[in-house]
Design a protein around this ligand. Structure first.
Ligand code: NAD
Ligand code: ZN
Length: 360
């Protein structure tokens, strides 16, 4: 038997206001005046000087605002990398992502593709990256995905939605400053927070579960219940706790896998562009059969926070479109194996997935 030897985020700082230490953290990593730090920043922060004025720019450093209208594409990463190569005479000293899962994933992918030849799509999969990435820093501004701690960057390519899973993907540094999440809109808070909740349920109920994953998964699960069902927490405590739930949820799946909701949500994302957080919620709402207790809790949380999910988004799709989604979902074999077990193919057929999609 061989065990996976996983890298983790090498350094992490936690605390309200810790974002102010960004300058002292990155300064030692500067490789000279010609090698800039590139800050990818969620464009929701454009004009928000309480945040942007604290980004420590020097020499040729640059802020690049990123739209989060769509989830990242491999072609978008290729373009971002190309524009850095054309604009600067030297490779960047570091890539810093400030935003949600989209920006985290863009920062990770760009830092990898600056040192690896060819096109981004060629690296979608497991352990295909050959060279270490450029120094990269993740600063999440919304909690739930675990992208700040994970070993993957999820990208949509021409053929599939799949991560670059590699030892070089995790951030070298993460800054967890709960204050940065203060203006997240309520519905988005719920969708992204539920990504974490679903990570726990899928990991804790999966066949890949082990004591390592369980310890993180149980902690994240407990915090999610506190944040989404208890009324005792202050707003600040809730922000702080959800940030740590996201971290633990991400750690839990690092050494196991996600499951049915993620596999099917990737299908929705690929065909219809439904985003990860809300997509997981739409799917999970119909998965009583696989996760009865988790779905019951989810419905309770949904009601408590008055969340209305879109209904019937698949009902008008034709067979060809449904097949595209079904094929994307079925191609994620490790997710099904984790959720159902080694013989998952006996239970999960295209027909079964079609029935489920048509309920959504
Ligand atoms: P997001 O990046 O999609 O952002 C969601 C919305 O929240 C955007 O409109 C954004 O502008 C807004 N937002 C973010 N921070 C804000 C703030 N502080 N104030 C106001 N608005 C704010 O959100 P997400 O749910 O964190 O990320 C989803 C993405 O993460 C997907 O692309 C998904 O594939 C990816 N993901 C990656 C991993 C991984 O391990 N790499 C895991 C799960 C999900
Ligand atoms: Zn997820």
């Amino acid at each position: 038997m061989s065990f996976k030897n996983f890298p983790m985020v090498s350094r992490v700082i936690f605390g309200r206001g810790s974002f102010n230490q960004l300058d002292e953290i990155i300064a030692p990593k500067r490789n000279g005046r010609e090698a800039p730090f590139i800050f990818y920043v969620d464009d929701v922060f454009k004009g928000k000087s309480w945040l942007t004025s604290r980004i420590p720019l020097a020499y040729k450093d640059k802020i690049v605002y990123v739209s989060t209208e769509e989830e990242p594409k491999t072609s978008q990463i290729d373009e971002l990398v190309e524009s850095l190569i054309l604009e600067f005479s030297e490779r960047p000293s570091g890539i810093i992502g400030i935003g949600g899962g989209i920006v985290m994933d863009i920062a990770k992918a760009v830092s990898i593709m600056l040192t690896n030849e060819g096109e981004t799509k060629d690296y979608q999969g497991w352990d295909l990256v050959k060279n270490p990435a450029i120094y990269h820093v993740g600063i999440p501004t919304i909690s739930g995905t675990g992208a700040e701690v994970s070993r993957t960057t999820i990208l949509t390519g021409p053929e599939r939605k799949l991560g670059i899973n590699s030892d070089f993907t995790p951030f070298d540094q993460v800054i967890l400053d709960p204050e940065l999440t203060k203006d997240v809109p309520k519905s988005q808070w719920f969708y992204t927070g539920m990504d974490c909740f679903v990570h726990c349920i899928e990991s804790l109920n999966g066949s890949f579960l082990n004591a390592f994953s369980q310890s993180y998964g149980e902690k994240a699960f407990e915090i999610c219940k506190e944040v989404f069902l208890d009324d005792k927490l202050s707003e600040k405590e809730s922000q702080e706790k959800l940030m740590m739930a996201s971290w633990h949820g991400g750690m839990s799946i690092a050494y196991s896998q996600v499951g049915v909701a993620h596999a099917m949500s990737y299908g929705l994302g690929f065909l219809l562009g439904v985003k990860h957080g809300i997509g997981n919620c739409i799917v999970f709402d119909h998965l009583e059969e696989f996760y009865p207790d988790g779905v019951a809790l989810f419905k309770q949380m949904k009601t408590k926070h008055n969340i209305e999910l879109p209904q019937g988004i698949c009902k008008d799709l034709d067979d060809e479109e449904l097949d595209i989604m079904i094929n994307v979902a079925l191609s994620l074999e490790p997710l099904w194996e984790n959720a159902i077990g080694k013989n998952w193919k006996d239970k999960i057929t295209p027909k079964k997935l079609k029935q489920l999609y048509l309920k959504m």
